[in-house]
Every structure is written in C-alpha cells, then in structure tokens.
Design a protein around this ligand. Structure first.
Ligand code: CUA
Length: 272
C-alpha cells in the first residue's frame, strides 16, 4: 500500500516538475524550431509511457496484493498481449526517431546563399575565421600553426590571404542571413554549442564538420563547449553577437586579415 502510494507520488511529482519547472529552454534565436518540436514529441511519448508503466505497477501492487488463500494463475503465453505490446513499442520508437531524421537532413543541407564562418576549437578557447572579399576560406592545416598563424592557414593559398582572423573574442554575425558554420579542432574533441540557436556539432581533430542556421534576432548568445575536453572544459566559453547589417559591417571593418597579421611575410613566401 505504501509503495503503491509512493509510485503514484513519483508520477505526480514528475509531471508537476515538468510543467512547472523554471529550468526550461532559453528563448529560441534561430530557424531551428523543428528541433524543439522533435524534443517535445519525445517528451510526450516517453512521458506517457513512463506514467502508464508506473501507474500500472502501482495498480498491480494494490489489486494483486497478498491475501490468505488466494493463489496465482500461471499464464506463460498471451499472443494478443505480446502483439499489442510489440506493435505499440515499435510505433512509439518510430515516432520518436522519424522526426529526428527529417530535421537532421535539413540541418546539414546548407542553402546556396549561406555565408561561411569557420570556428576553431582548442584547449580552451574559440577562434573564428571569415572569408574576405573573395568569399572563400583558404586552406588550413594544424601543422602550419605558429604564433603568427594561430589557425594554421596555408600561406601558399591565395584565397586565404584576405581571410579575417578573430582570435579569442566574440564572433559577430548579421541577423536573418543563413550561415554555414565550418568546425575544426586543433587538439582534442570539442563541441560548438549555442543553446539559443538549438545547434551544436562535434569538432574533430583532422576533420571538418559543419551545419547551418539563420540567426533570427539580434542579441548576445553564449557559446558552450559541449564535449569534455580537459580541465579547462567548463571555462571554454565565448559569445556570438548577432548584429544588424550596419553594426556587423562596422565590426567587420575593425578586424584583421591573415595577410596583415603575418605582416605581409606570408604573401612574400607565397610568391613562387
Ligand atoms: Cu572544449 Cu570542452
């Protein structure tokens, strides 16, 4: 009796916590409302199953409790029940997985007009690179990293000369313009995560990963590293500032290109 009551209280408490919790999502600031929808679908399905299973156990504890003289019935097979449970579980699991496949396909299908931004992770800071006038990022390789060339941009690739380097500072983006986020890591696994954008992706040393999104409102949004990457993991923070077009251009004008960072030496080297 006591245990049945505790089970019912666990269900009620869980539901109340879910609906009254102050720790809900931050207000969304990107086009990825679909990601919230898939999470809500998962919440509803798992919540309904959790409630049904725990309440059923509480009911059985009461209904079939020990009474002198009562004997248990032995029923090893029940085809109908097995069929219902198998089909029900399959439908529930499919309903949770299918929306994720649709959203994932959209998440990595970058629109043609998206601007490129590179985010580089290293223990324990974020750096950024924007294409210059030519709209293309130059080749980069971790082996080329030096104090003057912190992102390892190839000095022999002309399209890298005008790349804009933003080191250990905020990344600015213009509002309402789709952006392809290209991710690299210099040392270990990191994960670029901005909760308001509902977007995150692992950064893998030796590989380039990417996703895209459109910032839908201006503001300052915190970047978290979402992959345990060493003792400084919790302090690996940064900010994305979403600007109006005018503010963005003003910020962009103050940034340094790769060519000026290396004092033109890279360009001289690049000449055959
Ligand atoms: Cu970088 Cu955790």
């Amino acid at each position: 009796m006591l245990i049945a009551a505790v089970l019912v209280l666990i269900v009620l408490g869980s539901l109340l916590f879910h609906f009254l919790s102050p720790w809900w999502w931050t207000p969304i600031a990107s086009n990825w409302g679909y990601i919230d929808t898939t999470l809500i679908v998962t919440f509803w399905i798992t919540g309904a199953v959790f409630t049904a299973v725990v309440l059923f156990v509480a009911y059985c504890l009461l209904r079939f409790r020990h009474q002198p003289g009562r004997r248990a019935a032995y029923e090893p097979e029940n085809r109908r029940l097995e069929l219902v449970l198998t089909v029900g579980t399959a439908v529930g699991v499919a309903a949770m997985l299918a929306p994720g496949l649709v959203v994932w396909a959209q998440f990595v299908q970058v629109p043609e007009d998206a601007a490129e931004v590179e985010v580089v992770g290293q223990q324990w800071q974020w750096s950024y690179r924007l294409p210059g006038e030519d709209g293309r990022l130059g080749r980069a390789d971790t082996r080329l990293i030096t104090p003057e060339n912190p992102l390892g941009i190839s000095p022999h690739d002309p399209s890298g000369q005008d790349d804009v380097i933003v080191e250990a500072a905020d990344l600015h983006l213009p509002v309402d313009r789709p952006v392809k986020v290209v991710l690299r890591s210099v040392d270990v696994l990191h994960d670029f995560y901005v909760p308001e954008f509902r977007a995150k992706m692992d950064m893998i040393p030796g590989a380039v990963t990417y996703f895209w999104f459109t910032p839908t409102r201006t503001g300052t949004f915190e970047i978290l590293c979402a992959e345990l990457c060493g003792v400084g993991h919790a302090f690996m923070r940064g900010y994305v500032v979403v600007d109006t077009e005018q503010d963005y251009q003003a910020w962009l004008g103050q940034q340094t290109s790769f060519a000026s960072l290396t004092g033109g030496a890279a360009r001289a080297d690049a000449a055959p």
